[in-house]
Design a protein around this ligand. Structure first.
Ligand code: ATP
Ligand code: PH2
Length: 912
């Protein structure tokens, strides 16, 4: 909540009333870092309007007060609008639009930036300002002449009152862009116009400059309207309003701008442009300015409590002069808004079927709801086509190409816009961390709380609790339970809330997940974000927002209990079977030394890339359901487990809540995640703080030496020797075994109703992991339906392979000591071949009228690698660079007798 509690004294010396609007939220791209501009993050604002509400109450008349909905909308528009560097600028702009409502005498604005890129644990960053009408910004187009000094002594002396305003002329005649100008102007020159005028002086006769340079305003009663008004509307012929109703006689007039350019005003060439852009003179609008001017406030509490704060009214350079105090008629409002906003407005009209339209009457959209995500994407659409919110909502539901264009989803195009990623520019901030210099042994990771400790005992997650967390998520939790027809307290989400102890000291087992009975019907499909659009739900957590189109996600899988390889294989299939989630690529399998926790067996780790229509939290729940289906228990922090599935990334989203943080807060430092991921996608980039090119992060991760080997065929070979606790059995190599094309695909029952072929032990030798999915039959799902907001809970005995063929939890018995690392630290990272993308489900649906006898060649060039094991030659190391053109390994020195598993690519003749 806004930290200002102090009242503003009204004209009668009494405290003014307040209208408080809190938690207006929106996703903006503000910040000085490139990554902030590219990715965006949440911004929130609290606005306290100081006004006299009695006239409105007396007549029960909205016109005599300020519509909080208007202010909220305007605040929101600023948060999601034109990017600026500073939250100070946002606050100033918000204050400006608040003060443009004539009933408002003063305003407190707090802007929060809870996801600010700060490399230490923190809860929030906020800036709070108070602004009032003491320094009345001149109306655009007003003559600079005859400003009346605050002390009533006559025209202010420009020479003494002008302080370097923003938008001032630069040496050479250029006009500086005024970041406070809002809405954005067509040209910086427009913004500069009013700043040419002398800034209005501060209220009061005492503007004593303190030794520290601050000017301490004198506390004074609210000046009255008539006197203050005298220089204004009368001149302009505007009908005088009745500000005196709420403002007693003036004791000290304030500066009031003239409303019409006066004949003797200095030439202001910019005025022409300004007036040309503005509609005809609107007496009411300008009278409103005058009324506002009359309300110059003395901010008693403020002055008393915040002596170090700049005086009432921003310094002249901080005043949003161009806009404050104005009321733009609707037409002008639209003219001045960015073109894409107008487009949005247009589309809003043209597409009445927009989610949220029914619930949100025009002008009263629920602030911060999913309506925002759907209704405002055009703000970003030009900038970041990868943003899931940027897509046209109509197209989402109507354009089949969106679902059938394999290119859209394959090869990571959606998230690898070369403009943004190819040269790493977008991540230049984090890239510098990934270059290696700052990852030298013992140096903290720039992400601070995510730093990889030398001493693993210190490797504890930082508490990231918010007091209101449980409250905050109660409702989504219930909604989730409702949607999935199992009780809230039986679902993984509820368990997680309990499982993560408040003090982080203990790691309590969570309640066991109870899969829904098999007979239960599937939950009804829901339109995207339907639950988010309900009015009255308050700001929507982005982690609950369903994407407008599929989002590419990266999941990290790990296991070291039971039959880890079988479990991981089954888990991949289980994940792919979840409605709204399609696995597109599967990494090689890494055998890795356990990082953190007690002594425990090596892990098997893999990374999968998928597309999802689930919300981030829905995806987490889906992963947790699969974990549970495979007997995951949480008894010891970082203890051994049958299956762990972490959400590494969700598109480019960066968000943190108690139960979910994306990107995964430790992904950037975990070779057991980064290395398989880099093998799969050498060009991958981990977004967010501490992120960067995955291959580089992998090469510098401290646990990289714990990577024993990679198995490339682990999904298709029944046993890749991947038993972390046992001996590793050498496998036939590609040179010994020719590539066997996959068996012809067989029609299958719809996913989710029968286990898929290719379940553990049924994989086709030599088959690419993705080809299993490629052979999936059409799903019984209309691709043009709105997306499902949820995964199907596992159907006991039906859905998850784990309930059939995968061993259920086998708790650790005698834990063998960790093995010596058999692998030296990897040499320079050699990008491996990417695996072929899997045909998206919708493509399967549309393209599989006939099941082809042979897998459809999806990606003819470059050739798909077949993940086949390569027997290491004496001297090989698992990460030895591979000549991917020829599929040969380059010798490296090692004594490792274990098999290395390397990708094998066909040569130019298609031979392997
Ligand atoms: N990106 C994420 N992926 C998975 N779980 C997450 C994520 N962010 C937060 N969590 C929360 O972390 C909690 C603990 O998860 P889990 O028990 O899998 O941790 P872990 O695997 O032992 O440790 P780590 O989180 O370091 O991988 C979960 O209940 C989940 O709510
Ligand atoms: N090698 C390895 N170490 C870990 C892993 C893991 O998957 N692999 N997961 C952990 C908690 O998620 C903790 N430590």
């Amino acid at each position: 909540m806004n930290s200002f509690a102090a009242a503003v004294a009204g004209p009668d010396g009494q405290a003014l009333d307040q209208i408080r609007i809190t938690g207006v939220s929106g996703r903006g791209r503000h910040g000085v870092l490139e990554s902030e501009r590219a990715t965006g993050q949440e911004f929130r604002a609290d606005v306290v309007l100081h006004l006299d509400t009695r006239p409105a109450a007396e007549g029960d008349d909205l016109r005599a007060t300020v519509s909080y909905a208007d202010v909220a909308q305007e605040t929101h528009d600023i948060l999601v609008g034109e990017p600026v560097d500073l939250i100070e600028t946002l606050a100033e702009r918000i204050a400006a639009v608040a003060l443009s409502h004539d009933a408002v005498y003063a305003v407190d604005v707090t802007v929060h930036k809870p996801q600010a890129p700060i490399p230490v644990a923190f809860a929030d960053v906020e800036v709070t300002i108070r602004r009032d009408r003491v320094a009345v910004p001149p109306a655009v187009g007003a003559a600079p002449s005859a400003p009346v000094a605050a002390d009533g002594a006559g025209p202010a002396d420009p020479g003494t009152t002008t302080a370097a305003p923003a938008g001032h002329e630069l040496p050479g005649g250029d006009v500086a862009e005024d970041p406070l100008a809002w809405p954005p102007t067509e040209s910086a020159a427009v913004a500069a116009g009013p700043s040419d005028e002398p800034a209005a002086p501060l209220t009061g006769t005492a503007q004593d400059a303190e030794p520290n340079g601050l000017v301490v305003p004198e506390i004074s009663p609210m000046p009255a309207a008539p006197e203050a008004f005298a220089a204004g509307p009368e001149q302009a012929g505007a009908p005088a309003q009745e500000p005196a109703e709420i403002a007693p006689q003036a004791e000290q007039p304030v500066a009031v701008p003239a409303f019409e350019p006066s004949a003797d005003a200095p030439a202001r060439p910019l005025d022409e442009e300004v007036t040309a852009r503005r509609p005809a003179y609107d007496p009411d609008a300008y009278a409103a300015v005058a009324a506002g001017a009359a309300g110059a406030a003395a901010v008693a509490g403020f002055a008393a409590q915040e002596p170090e704060t700049p005086p009432n009214g921003a310094p002249a350079e901080a005043q949003p002069e161009q806009y404050a105090g104005e009321r733009f008629p609707e037409q002008q409002y639209q003219q001045d808004y960015p073109a894409d906003y107008q487009q949005e407005e247009y589309q809003r009209e043209q597409a009445p079927g927009f989610p949220g339209d029914q619930q949100a009457p025009a002008g009263q959209e629920p602030v911060g709801s999913h309506y925002e995500a759907i209704q405002h994407p055009r703000f970003d659409s030009q900038q970041d086509p990868a943003d899931a919110h940027d897509q046209d909502a109509q197209q989402q539901f109507q354009d089949p190409r969106q679902f059938s264009d394999a290119q859209q989803f394959g090869e990571g195009q959606q998230f690898a816009d070369p403009q943004q990623f190819a040269d790493g520019q977008q991540f230049s901030d984090s890239q510098q961390f990934a270059e290696g210099q700052q990852f030298a042994e013992g140096q903290p990771h720039p992400a601070g709380q995510q730093s990889f400790p030398q001493d693993q005992e210190q490797y504890q997650p930082e508490p990231q609790y918010h007091e209101d967390a449980a409250q905050q998520f109660q409702e989504p939790q219930q909604q989730y339970a409702d949607a999935h027809q199992f009780p809230a307290d039986a679902q993984p989400y509820a368990g997680e809330q309990q499982a993560f102890p408040q003090d982080q000291q203990q790691y309590q087992p969570e309640p066991q997940f109870q899969p829904a009975p098999a007979a239960q019907p599937a939950p009804a499909e829901q339109p995207a974000a339907a639950s988010s659009d309900m009015p009255g739900n308050g700001p929507v957590d982005r982690l609950d927002e369903t994407p407008a189109e599929p989002v590419e996600v990266v999941l990290a899988l790990g296991a070291n209990l039971g039959d880890p390889q079988a479990t991981l294989r089954a888990a991949v299939l289980d994940l792919d079977r979840i409605a709204g989630l399609q696995i597109t690529e599967v990494s090689p399998l890494a055998r890795t030394a356990a990082v953190g926790g007690p002594e425990q067996p090596d892990y098997l780790n893999a990374v999968v890339v998928a597309r999802t229509r689930l919300s981030p939290r829905g995806l987490l729940h889906a992963c947790q359901a699969v974990e549970h289906a495979h007997g995951r228990t949480r008894e010891e922090h970082w203890g051994p487990r049958t299956l762990d599935i972490d959400v590494v990334t969700y598109g480019l989203l960066t968000a943190a809540a108690d139960d979910l943080e994306v990107p995964h807060p430790r992904a950037h430092e975990r070779a057991f995640v980064l290395e398989p991921w880099a093998q799969l996608k050498p060009e991958a980039v981990l977004p967010g703080l501490g992120g960067g090119p995955v291959a580089q992060l992998a090469a510098t991760a401290q646990d990289r030496g714990g990577i024993r080997w990679l198995a490339l065929d682990w999904l298709t070979e029944s046993n890749s020797g991947a038993d972390p606790t046992g001996d590793v059995e050498p496998q036939p190599t590609a040179s010994h075994r020719p590539y066997n094309p996959p068996a012809p695909a067989q029609p299958e029952a719809p996913a989710q109703q029968q286990p898929m072929p290719g379940a553990p032990g049924q994989g086709q030798p030599g088959q690419h992991p993705g080809e299993q999915f490629q052979q999936q039959p059409p799903q019984q799902q209309n691709p043009f339906q709105p997306p499902q907001d949820a995964f199907q809970p596992p159907q006991d005995g039906q859905g998850f392979a784990g309930s059939g063929s995968t061993p259920y939890p086998q708790q650790a018995g005698a834990v063998p000591p960790p093995q010596e690392s058999l692998v030296p630290a990897p040499a320079a990272h050699a990008p491996g071949p990417r695996s072929a993308p899997v045909v998206p489900a919708a493509v399967r649906e549309t393209a599989h009228q006939e099941i082809p006898a042979e897998p459809v060649p999806l990606d003819p060039a470059p050739a798909k690698p077949v993940f086949a094991p390569v027997r290491p030659q004496p001297g090989d190391v698992p990460f030895a660079p591979v000549n991917h053109q020829q599929g040969t390994q380059q010798p490296a020195a090692t004594t490792d007798e274990r098999p290395a598993w390397m990708p094998v690519l066909p040569d130019d003749n298609g031979q392997r």
